[in-house]
Design a protein around this ligand. Structure first.
Ligand code: NAD
Length: 323
């Protein structure tokens, strides 16, 4: 059985990754410290889906200090998703973001060297593109102008990965995720926040005039790309590359809001406020490379994905044990 270490396994994307890999027959060692960025109960529910699976072992630990406690010596690859995520909070706490996202990533590399692991899939972000004006965003574009501490920690992670690839021949794929949504989505992200406010009959607060746009990507599509990247890393040597995992269809904020109100059958009620510092105007992924290298083909249309998210949200709230 092939063993994979997944950091951030109790988080939104990490829990979907673990569920898929367990289905595919991998053994998973999962690490998470339940960072208080959002409620632990949401992460407990994520983990509950597979916590008792016989091929899953869980370590509640901080990647910046704890990885040494993992005794396994047979780990074939690491999928490194643990991070302080979120753009706006990174402006309030740059040091915290640097510690987890940069020092934490270096600790993952230290662990990999100690255990002779030479395959890594790394969670980077569309935010490295900053306010790139060339559309769509391609992996060859210059990403020297990150506009939030979060973005520069992700760019720093990519650079660090190159160095360790060069020095120690680690095979690495940096995946730049574009606004991932779906069941279990982080509560700080737009779709989750909006559905929550609409179901409580509260107005939506939209930053900017509604023309900002995001390349919303359904979590199953992102996770299929992560899985393909893992397989690619496991089956090839000499790999260091960076790949966009987006949807290639940016949607304006106003349009997103209309889709959500229609799906919830509620009357639109929005308030516009000034753009927030650190927010980019648009994200738009060129996914040609992901298609060629990883056979990545996002398949979930936004309206369908939003219906699935709302169904999950309603079921979860029916369980009455969140917030
Ligand atoms: N969701 C998105 O749209 C998106 C977009 C681009 C990039 N990403 C990246 O993808 C990854 C996963 O994002 P997500 O949306 O699932 O976020 P998430 O917050 O739900 O998951 C991250 C997990 O990492 C854990 N974690 C944080 N600090 C840790 C530490 N020091 N030690 C151990 N565990 C720690 C958290 O408790 C959390 O469970 C992150 O690296 C994020 O930056 C996400």
């Amino acid at each position: 059985m092939v063993t994979i270490l997944v950091t951030g396994c109790a988080g939104f994307i990490g829990s979907h990754v673990c569920a898929l890999l367990l289905d595919k027959g991998f053994h998973i060692i999962g690490v998470d410290n339940f960072d208080p960025f959002y409620n632990r109960s949401a992460k407990d529910l994520n983990l509950a889906k597979f916590k008792n699976h016989p091929a899953f072992s869980f370590y509640e630990m901080d990647i910046t200090t704890g990885l040494d406690a993992i005794e396994a010596t047979n780990i074939s690859a690491v999928i490194h998703l643990a991070a302080k995520a979120g753009v706006r909070p990174s402006i309030e706490d740059p040091a915290g973001y640097l510690n987890v996202n940069i020092v934490g990533t270096q600790k993952v590399h230290e662990f990999m060297q100690a255990k002779a692991i030479n395959k890594l899939v790394f969670a980077s972000s569309s935010s490295v593109y900053g306010n790139n004006t060339k559309m769509p965003f391609s992996e060859d574009d210059n990403v020297d102008n990150p506009i939030s501490p979060y973005a520069f920690t992700k760019k720093a992670g990519e650079l660090m990965n190159y160095t360790f690839h060069h020095l120690y021949h680690i095979d690495i794929i940096n995946l730049r995720f574009f606004t991932v949504y779906g069941p279990g989505q982080r509560p700080d992200l737009a779709i989750h926040k909006f559905v929550e406010r609409i179901s409580k009959n509260q107005p939506l607060v939209l930053f900017g005039n509604g023309d900002t746009a995001r390349d919303y990507t359904y979590v199953d599509d992102t996770v299929s790309g992560i899985y393909s990247a893992l397989e690619y890393c496991l089956n090839n040597t000499g790999v260091y590359t960076t790949v966009n995992l987006g949807n290639n269809k940016p949607v304006k904020l106003n349009e997103l809001v209309d889709i959500i109100y229609a799906a919830m059958d509620k009357e639109k009620n929005v308030v516009y406020e000034a753009m927030q510092a650190g927010d980019v105007d648009i994200t738009f992924a060129d996914i040609t490379k992901a298609g060629e290298l990883l056979n990545y083909k996002p398949a979930t249309d936004l309206a369908e994905g939003i219906r699935k998210f709302i169904a999950w949200y309603n079921t979860r709230n029916g369980q009455g044990n969140i917030e």
